[in-house]
Design a protein around this ligand. Structure first.
Ligand code: F6R
Length: 607
């Protein structure tokens, strides 16, 4: 992952680079650095840790120069120290890099045999040394860069500047996104349009294998064979406005409170409140004919996909395979002729999901992606795209984007059910009505905030926590556990409630809280029985249910939080909110870095 940004500018580059990095910090925050050309020489400033540390270094030691590159790092090779921070530089060139150079070990060995000394443990430095060696032989930057590119394998994006060439920046894309921004007498590169939006809205995206020579007045694009190519300049819809926290302490808290609005905005796109019909955009496959669907994604997006599987199989009677993208891509699954696929991603840039997308397309599947970023690589590479309308999500832990994914998948499931004649118009109207009530119910769930905060005080004391749910709430139990691990660093597991007795029940004692997702409905009695089995062994049950479930659960649960009573169809969307809120409050109590938890990054663009 990592974020990269570059400027061939008119004024000082450093403030622009820093602002670009601020907008890219979601991609990694282990270290940051910038390099500029000062009187034709390369100079750099770097700092371990978050961008504020680099900003402080720049305060103390400003960096002049109008051409430069910047980087915010999510460490892959080499510890997150200042020494390993990008840009990596020699006297002749400086490079920022996002992704992994997979053949770095053999290149390093080859260069070391030739007498080249390395300063860092990073894979990036191999590219810098290759480039430097080419320059040392008298090659011009463009030829040196192209020759070095031919030697490296992997998935990455790169940007480089060169001593003595104050108006030249070279950039390449091979598996990781990169955009070139067109200004007035100044040009930019960045990992995404978000980084460039305050500088320019006119963007050209590099395609796979492309590289570009960027000068102050424009850019020349080349494909992997070095042939000159044209890449269209589009006006990005991404806003340059800074996203603020408002009156909230954290972005995550703000984003949690955006659930009702985001759900409303997303559902409004795909539901007609007057006719109570689902209105889907043109799909790349015919749901009435497709023999099977494959759903794939990573992390929370995968868990949304798992709920999607429950819905689509139940409502549309359409067989669905669901697999995490990093497994799917190496599993070599048999894919049916004429099959369809749904790929889910907030960022639309997740490397594993993007690779699964390509594999599925190569296997003849027609791919529909559910993404939050309209201009993302996944949106551009899919056969069709349905957008979540969640707006920018800054907190690393996904919240509103997750429920927006659920909302889209729910609409797809109903639409598929209608197309396959498994649902009548009446069924469609009933399900649509239930979805239209979700934003209001989400607001009611948020009113339980104070009670969930009290619950968090209990959970915060635990070393291990179990989350249990059945049916379409099983993936929500997984989501609760994932969120808690991710931001509070408490070990948590999600289980299908019925699976407890097959092993995990051995974990139960009075020190392990069991968070139970237990609304009344078809699976209520069964889930209750599983919870009683845990309570009988000293388990402390913290239950989420509705008013009808509160009485029976109160007989043995330590705490019962009452949520609005809704039909089984919309419970996964609503029950996701309290488990995310719970994780948030636990993290606040534990004093962790809620928006930027350790070791993580928002967009995972490495395998
Ligand atoms: C969890 C979380 C991650 C992401 C995952 C996929 O809170 O945010 O698990 O869901 O990295 O990211 P996207 O949706 O951008 O593909």
């Amino acid at each position: 992952m990592c974020g990269i940004v570059g400027v061939v500018g008119r004024g000082e580059a450093a403030p622009l680079l820093l602002e670009g990095l601020r907008r890219l910090e979601y991609r990694g925050y282990d270290s940051a650095g910038i390099a500029t050309l000062v009187n034709g020489h390369i100079e750099r400033r770097r700092a371990e840790g978050k961008l504020v540390n680099l900003a402080a270094v720049l305060e103390r030691e400003p960096l002049p120069g109008t051409t430069g590159i910047g980087h915010t790092r999510w460490a892959t090779h080499g510890a997150p120290t200042e020494r390993n921070a990008h840009p990596h530089a020699t006297r002749r060139c400086a490079v920022v890099h996002n992704g992994i150079i997979e053949n770095h070990a053999e290149l390093r060995a080859e260069l070391e045999r030739a007498g080249v000394a390395f300063e860092t443990e990073t894979d990036t430095e191999t590219f810098v040394r290759l480039l430097d060696a080419n320059l040392a032989q008298g090659m011009e930057p463009r030829a040196a860069f192209a020759a070095a590119l031919r030697r490296v394998h992997g998935a990455f994006a790169l940007a480089a500047i060169f001593a003595g060439h104050p108006r030249t920046l070279l950039a390449a894309r091979q598996g990781a996104p990169l955009a070139v921004g067109f200004g007035e007498g100044e040009m930019f590169v960045g990992s995404d349009a978000l980084a460039l939006a305050p500088l320019t809205r006119r963007i050209a995206y590099l395609e796979e294998g492309d590289w570009a020579e960027v000068g102050a007045e424009g850019a020349a694009f080349f494909d992997a064979r070095g042939e000159r190519v044209e890449r269209p300049v589009v006006v990005t819809a991404v806003s340059g406005a800074a996203v603020g926290k408002g009156n909230y302490r954290h972005f995550m808290e703000k984003e949690l409170h955006e659930h009702p609005a985001v759900l409303g905005d997303t559902l409004r796109q795909y539901l007609d409140p007057k006719t109570l019909e689902v209105r889907l955009p043109r799909l790349p496959f015919d749901p009435a004919r497709v023999p099977r669907l494959t759903i794939s994604a990573c992390g929370s997006a995968f868990l949304a996909g798992l709920v999607g599987r429950y819905w689509i199989e139940r409502l549309a009677r359409l067989p669905v395979d669901a697999d995490i993208a990093s497994e799917l891509r190496y599993r070599d699954p048999p894919l049916p002729e004429g099959g369809g696929a749904i790929l889910v991603s907030q960022s639309g840039e997740t490397a594993d999901t993007l690779a699964a997308l390509r594999l599925l397309r190569e296997g003849g599947q027609r791919v529909l992606s559910v993404v939050n970023v309209p201009e993302s690589s996944m949106a551009r590479e899919s056969d069709g795209c349905v957008l979540t309308v969640a707006g920018p999500e800054i907190g690393v832990a996904s919240t509103k984007a997750f429920t927006a994914q659920l909302a889209v998948l729910a609409c797809l499931a109903v639409g598929f059910g209608r197309a396959r004649r498994e649902l009548t118009t009446l069924d469609e109207g009933r399900l649509t009505q239930a979805l239209l009530e979700v934003p209001g119910n989400a607001a009611a769930v948020l009113e339980q905030d104070a009670q969930i905060r009290e619950l968090a005080a209990e959970v915060a004391k635990a070393r291990d926590v179990l989350f249990l749910g059945r049916g379409s709430l099983y993936p929500i139990a997984l989501e609760g556990a994932l969120k808690l691990k991710e931001i509070s660093y408490i070990h948590a597991e999600g289980y299908a409630a019925g699976e407890m007795k097959h092993g995990p029940i051995a974990l139960i004692d009075e020190s392990v809280p069991v968070v139970a997702l237990c609304p009344t409905g078809p699976l209520f009695e069964k889930t209750m029985s599983n919870l009683q089995e845990a309570a009988a062994r000293g388990g402390r049950i913290l239950a989420f249910t509705d008013e009808d479930g509160a009485g029976p659960l109160s007989r043995f649960a330590e705490r019962v939080t009452v949520l609005p009573k809704v039909g089984a169809f919309s419970t996964p969307i609503l029950y996701a909110i309290p488990v995310q809120l719970l994780a948030y409050h636990v993290a606040v109590l534990k004093g962790t870095d809620v928006d930027q938890p350790r070791n993580l990054a928002k967009s995972v663009t490495v395998e």
